[in-house]
Design a binder for this molecule. Structure first.
Ligand code: PEP
Ligand code: MG
Length: 586
């Protein structure tokens, strides 16, 4: 495929180019009946037996892994796969056909497996029909062993490449060798899926929601991935390559200009201070908050501590992990958000059963309150680190003041337990909540007396209020931060917070979008916590406006009826500050 462009959604800025690494969906292994000589028959039989042994080993290893993570039940699925490997009829048929037909073993195995799958697909019994996937799975494993093909996973990314996948989970990203991932392109996801958020945090250009990309791309294709426009070019011609060389030079110039603001404060032209902080997902991202001139951490997502492991992090591990950051950032604040697993972040050791609506399920504070022992382990780790720096605690996904009160009681228990051991912590540690459910917006006045700050989580707030799954590319076009309903909710939360004497920030991705910066300042936000990579651009916008102008712009937006109108108005206002970098070409 030469010079073909695929369009998706821009998920993480930057331009990447290089060879691809296709994960996830596997291409069908096509096999031709290569003739063999009489002398080769015993070699082909040995090859087959060896492939069966290695497949058995592989399945047993997976079975063990799953057993330790989830209990025996799921691991039993693999018993069926193992039985198939021992099926005498299958083995005898392969050997007999090798002798009679004298063609390669790969062809014979694949032909027999296809026959098995066809026979099962014609069965009346639904349960038996569903066994086709078992046959296909085992068949693919044996064929991979016969062909000596390693299954592609992100963990075994050994050379720098652009990752092409149906889906990449936050746990995959956590274990992937970061220096090898030049970029991402996925079929699923949206700008606010955690995969996209993590790509931005790690400064890996990404495009999501590209239909059928894994079918249309070949393992050794060379691509240009443009995370600013949300496109990917497969084997681009010299015209496109030259355009991108020019674009990279322009972007470098722009970056240089932004970096000159590094040591300047995020104040408006008329000296109104907006705190500009960074969001981090992994501890290694802390340095980029500094690099880009952020003043603190407005959202530290702590889920990474729980991903890709069989056990739970201990109080000591929590403490060590937060202590490192506390030491770096003192005296500027670090807001540690308590565990928010669920949705697209899955940790098997937590035994959260599969849910049909995981974003509305047993998530975040709901889960923590149900397992107080696990929750308190984290609270004690945070408290102990608070002795070393300006740390605040934030509870996610609150929908009822009762949850804040219950969490407060557990926090008090945690403090008492530390007191009993004589371990120090910040006695005045501040607690805040994320406002990310419509119920929290409507009851912000009831919640406010229990907390010291609000931080608006637009990723979830928009998902819940506009009824749009934030990770589903099919409905991503409906995900509108400038929806009048969303803007009104933000305004109400800010006003209620201020009336109650507490500051209000935003750590959802809306705060990372330069298009909305002036509007958000004008609505009255005190803090913006953004993807570190976006700090310089947003600082430039803050420094280029006055609070009066911003308020007028916000008032005009509040009087508008639809998001398109609001967005084109905001684009006009932004143009003189951030000239369009990305230009379109065919
Ligand atoms: C949000 O919902 O806006 C948020 C910041 O939290 P998360 O993206 O981790 O759900
Ligand atoms: Mg959220």
């Amino acid at each position: 495929m030469e010079n073909v462009m695929f369009k998706g959604m821009p998920a993480s800025p930057g331009i990447a180019e290089g060879k691809v690494f296709v994960v996830g969906k596997e291409k069908k292994i096509s096999v031709l009946p290569k003739p063999i000589s009489d002398a080769d028959i015993h070699l082909e039989i040995a090859k087959f037996e060896n492939a069966l042994l290695k497949t058995r080993e592989e399945i047993e290893n997976i079975q063990k892994h799953i057993q330790t993570q989830t209990g025996t039940e799921h691991a039993e699925i693999f018993e069926a796969h193992l039985l198939l490997l021992e099926d005498r009829m299958l083995i005898e048929e392969v050997v007999m056909r090798l002798r009679n037909e004298k063609v390669c073993v790969e062809y014979i195995v694949s032909d027999i497996m296809e026959k098995y799958a066809r026979a099962f697909s014609e069965l009346e019994d639904e349960y038996m029909r569903e066994r086709i996937s078992d046959i296909e799975d085992v068949s693919k494993r044996i064929l991979r062993k016969l062909f000596n093909i390693e299954k592609k996973t992100l963990k075994n990314l050994s050379e720098p490449a652009i990752i092409i996948a149906h889906d990449v989970s936050p746990s995959d990203i956590a274990v992937m060798p970061k220096d090898k991932a030049l970029g991402f392109a996925t079929e699923t996801g949206s700008r606010t899926s955690h995969t996209a958020i993590m790509a931005r945090g790690l400064e890996i250009p990404a495009v999501v929601g590209i239909e059928h990309i894994t079918n249309d791309i070949q393992q050794d294709d060379w691509v240009i991935l443009d995370g600013n426009r949300g496109v990917i070019y497969i084997n681009p011609d010299s015209f496109i390559r030259t355009k991108y060389e020019e674009e990279k030079i322009r972007l470098k110039e722009f970056e240089k200009e932004l970096f000159s603001l590094h040591d300047l404060s995020s104040k408006t032209k008329d000296d109104f201070k907006i705190v500009l902080a960074g969001n981090i997902e992994l501890p290694e991202e802390v340095s980029s908050v500094f690099t880009y001139g952020g003043e603190g951490i407005g959202l530290y997502r702590t889920e990474f501590l729980y991903l890709n492991r069989k056990d739970l992090p201990t109080e000591e591990e929590h403490y060590e992990s937060y202590k490192r950051i506390a030491a770096v950032f003192t005296p500027v604040h670090i807001i540690i958000r308590t565990l928010d697993l669920g949705g697209d972040k899955v940790a098997p050791q937590m035994n959260i059963p599969p849910e049909s609506n995981p974003y509305m399920g047993w998530r975040a504070i709901r889960f923590c309150l149900a397992v107080p022992g696990i929750f308190k382990m984290q609270l004690k780790g945070i408290l102990r680190a608070s002795f070393l720096g300006n740390i605040k605690i934030m509870y996610p996904m609150v929908s009822d003041v009762e949850e804040v009160i219950k969490a407060g009681r557990l926090l008090q228990d945690a403090k008492d337990e530390l007191d009993a051991k004589g371990l120090p912590y910040d006695k005045d540690i501040e607690v805040g909540v994320m406002i990310e459910t419509p119920a929290a917006v409507m009851t912000a006045d009831i919640i406010a007396p229990y907390v010291k700050f609000f931080s608006i989580g637009t990723n979830d707030l928009i998902q819940y209020s506009l009824a749009i799954d934030r990770a589903n590319e099919k409905v991503a076009y409906l995900y509108k931060p400038a929806h009048p309903g969303v803007i009104r909710m933000i305004k109400n939360v800010i006003d209620i917070g201020h009336k109650n004497g507490i500051w209000v920030g935003m750590c959802g991705e809306m705060a990372s979008e330069p298009l909305y910066s002036i509007l958000l300042i004008g609505l009255g936000l005190d803090q913006l916590s953004v993807s570190p990579i976006m700090i310089p651009e947003i600082k430039k916008i803050i420094r280029s406006t006055t609070i009066q102008e911003a308020k007028q712009i916000a008032d005009t937006c509040l009087g508008m009826n639809d998001s398109e109108q609001i967005e084109s108005f905001l684009k006009e206002k932004l143009k003189p500050i951030i000239p369009k970098i990305a230009t379109d070409w065919g």
